[in-house]
Design a protein around this ligand. Structure first.
Ligand SMILES: Nc1ncnc2c1ncn2[C@@H]1O[C@H](COP(=O)(O)OP(=O)(O)OP(=O)(O)O)[C@@H](O)[C@H]1O
Length: 292
């Protein structure tokens, strides 16, 4: 079971700031989505509204065709884990958190939860208050994944987790998603680490939609051009350059803008290699507007 999301003309205003600004977006569901945006761009606000943590006041959000706020059928199907796992309540133990999740989550898989606890080396009997920051995050992720909610959203959920734990999380997420398809939204600042998981990417900036596309099409909006320095310089003259690196006589230049078939043929003639642009470079380019 997967859930789709329709957002129409959504606006969220706080005193002095418009956190979400007339956002319209449709996610058909059944995919892993990357939600990218700079600090303060509205990601947490958006995910909190989808998860029915707060009421929509301007515009609309529909999940599986219905508004999620105070909608019991939907809230059972939606799981949002925010940074440092606020699913997790101090004063409870790891065991207590699992017991509570088992009660409230209709798709809960206890065996999977215990497997994740082992993977992240989380002690079952320890009080949550005594867990380290990374361990709290790992517990949040454990609850988020083992809930198997048809709409699962992880908002920077791995904060403080070390690299081996994060990589273990990416692998187990992908494996479990293939076995149990659902709609997953991951918000992250560690773009290159997580990019391989994304089927579609949504980029927002200052509450507005900047891009929504499948990952490969997005990466084809630019190119990394590699080859002999002089030929690379000639080929990229006049293009929007996002970055460059030089190693001896070889140069790599990342450009923004589609490269048409004629230009690709020229590149091949000149011995240049073209590859899709890294998501992070694209993200930096698309969100680098003036932030005075
Ligand atoms: N409760 C609040 N009251 C006032 N302003 C708020 C509140 N919550 C968020 N904001 C503001 O709304 C904007 C969007 O914040 P939000 O937390 O949604 O961004 P974000 O993309 O999740 O950021 P980050 O990547 O830093 O976590 C920011 O300018 C923030 O300061």
């Amino acid at each position: 079971m997967t859930l789709g999301i329709e957002i129409e003309n959504l606006t969220v205003r706080y005193p002095g700031v418009t956190a979400i600004d007339d956002l319209t977006l449709k996610l058909e569901g059944g995919k892993i989505y990357g939600l990218l945006g700079r600090n303060g761009s509205g990601k947490t606000t958006l995910l909190s509204l989808i998860a029915a943590f707060r009421r929509v006041t301007e515009g609309a959000i529909l999940v599986d065709g219905e508004a999620p706020f105070e909608n019991e059928r939907l809230t059972q199907q939606i799981c949002l884990v925010r940074e440092s796992g606020d699913i997790v309540v101090d004063g409870d133990s790891v065991k207590g958190i699992l017991r509570r999740s088992r009660r409230f989550r209709p798709h809960w898989d206890d065996e999977f939860a215990h497997r994740l606890l082992d993977l992240f080396q989380l002690p079952l009997n320890r009080g949550v208050a005594k867990l380290s920051r990374g361990q709290k995050s790992a517990l949040g992720i454990t609850v988020g994944l083992a809930s198997r909610a048809p709409l699962t959203m992880l908002d920077e959920a791995y904060l403080g987790m070390d690299a081996p734990s994060r990589y273990a999380f990416y692998d187990v997420l992908l494996e479990d998603y293939i076995e149990n398809p659902r709609t997953i939204i991951l918000s992250t600042h560690l773009i290159e680490e997580v990019a391989r998981l994304f089927e579609e990417v949504v980029i927002i900036d200052r509450g507005r939609l900047v891009a929504h596309d499948d990952t490969e099409s997005l990466r084809m909006r630019g190119a990394a051009v590699v080859g002999p320095a002089a030929a690379v310089d000639d080929f990229t003259t006049g293009m929007t350059v996002l970055g460059e690196q030089r190693l001896g006589g070889t140069k790599s230049v990342t450009v923004y803008g589609e490269i048409d078939p004629d230009a690709r043929a020229v590149a091949a003639d000149w011995g240049l290699e073209l590859s899709p642009v890294a998501l992070q470079d694209l993200f930096v380019h698309l969100t680098k507007g003036d932030r005075a």
